[in-house]
Design a protein around this ligand. Structure first.
Ligand SMILES: Cc1ncc(COP(=O)(O)O)c(C=O)c1O
Length: 398
């Protein structure tokens, strides 16, 4: 089996991640910050160690500026509902995931004005167009760090400078880049960074979080018990408690911590170089096949480990089914929760087939996948009989 769906969630996870989760189930498994006994203290230590590891990864001086969330979607909702008020204006791009678009479209019904800057045909964003959109007094710019459809990496530092020059804040959706592209929030000038734990950080599903710069006034989306300031009925105003009401996903956070430590042991630069090389090999190999269209930037340095493509004469879902059933290759097909991005690439409504490579993938797997697409493209052009494709299926099953 070849797993090329790391952009949906990374797989497999390092053994240390499973071990850390197991330890919370059977070893240190108290409720952090709630009780004074040793299991509660042990759990709190695990949570704080993960927070510190994330702070090192994102170059955050004060780890308490990082709050845990269930995933990037939850973190983005916390940021958008926490920052925007009726009458505010927010600028975003047409390549955003629905975890940005849907909260913004809902906020629009509450009186927030939303401006969407159109992306270019390769999924990139022209910072000049963003600057024009920011000019009439926007409060916020929300941008993905990398398109989950085209794989295009955005110039976050430039966008931050532009937002700040216009008196706006920058929220970055780092769902696809946390763990796969180096991120220094201080150097880049990011005000809020939303990340997920289960993709590039090797953590389990149900983990993620957000970084909030010290001078950003963000109101909590969820209020409740924090284990701190319990004499008061008002939500604590300090980080991270302000954004962490309710019992945390301690087992998941333990796994996430192990994932971040694994990542830092391998080195994020090494991970990025490996994924970039595989993606470049993929683009080169697929572009050489008759009938295959590859989307996204031509420069490998502008792409994360995502390659979207289509095969003439076959729908993305047909290609995905054949990749799985006939070749044992796991890819994602369709709109990838980003319909506006597909309008930008002109792949709406059918979408694309998406390969999302990861640290554990090899060049041999990529070559096998390119060959599989070549065979599917031949079949789609009527050069391979159906019966022969079914034989691939038998081989995979054997
Ligand atoms: C660009 C982007 N943003 C946000 C998300 C949402 O991440 P999660 O499913 O962890 O909430 C994804 C997930 O695929 C994504 O690719």
């Amino acid at each position: 089996m070849i797993y090329f769906d790391n952009a949906a969630t990374s797989w497999p996870k390092p053994p240390s991640v499973a071990a850390a989760i197991q330890e919370q189930m059977t070893g240190a498994g108290g409720n952090p910050g709630r009780s004074g006994h040793r299991l509660s203290i042990a759990a709190a230590r695990v949570v704080e160690e993960t927070r510190e590891a994330l702070a090192r990864l994102f170059h955050v001086d004060d780890p308490s500026r990082l709050a845990f969330a269930a995933n990037a979607t939850h973190a983005l909702n916390a940021a958008l509902y926490g920052l925007l008020r009726p009458g505010d204006r927010v600028v975003t791009t047409s390549v955003e995931h629905n975890s940005v678009m849907r909260p913004l479209r809902h906020l629009e019904t509450l009186g927030v004005r939303v401006t969407v800057v159109d992306g270019e045909a390769d999924g990139s964003i022209d910072p000049g167009k963003v600057g024009d959109a920011l000019r009439p007094g926007a409060r916020l710019l929300v941008a993905t760090h990398a398109s989950n459809v085209a794989g295009t990496i955005m110039p976050v530092g430039e966008l931050a400078a532009m937002a700040h020059a216009h008196g706006a804040r920058l929220v970055v959706d780092a769902a696809q880049t946390a763990g796969t592209v180096p991120i220094d929030v201080e150097a880049l000038g990011v005000d809020v960074l939303a990340f997920t734990g289960h993709k590039g950080l090797f953590g389990p599903t149900g983990t993620g979080g957000l970084y909030v710069r010290e001078d950003v006034d963000l109101q909590p989306l969820v209020r409740g018990g924090t284990g701190s300031d319990s004499a008061h009925e008002l939500q604590p105003g300090f980080m991270p408690d302000m954004l962490e009401s309710g019992t945390l996903n301690v087992a998941g956070i333990a796994g996430l911590g192990a994932g971040v430590r694994f990542l830092m042991g391998s080195g994020i630069e090494a991970v990025q170089a490996h994924e970039r090389e595989l993606a470049a090999r993929c683009v080169h190999g697929l572009r050489a096949i008759d009938g295959v269209t590859v989307y996204g930037p031509s420069d490998p340095a502008s792409r994360c480990g995502i390659v979207s493509f289509n095969v003439a004469g076959a729908s993305p879902s047909d290609v995905g089914l054949l990749l799985d059933e006939s070749f044992g290759i796991m890819a994602r097909t369709g709109l990838h929760c980003a319909p506006a991005a597909h309008r930008t690439l002109d792949t709406f409504p059918a979408g694309t087939v998406r390969f999302g490579v990861g640290w554990f993938n090899t060049t041999a797997e990529m070559d096998a996948a390119i060959d599989a697409v070549r065979q599917i493209a031949n079949w789609a052009r009527g050069k391979t009989p159906n019966s022969q494709l079914r034989n691939f299926q038998a081989e995979v099953g054997s």
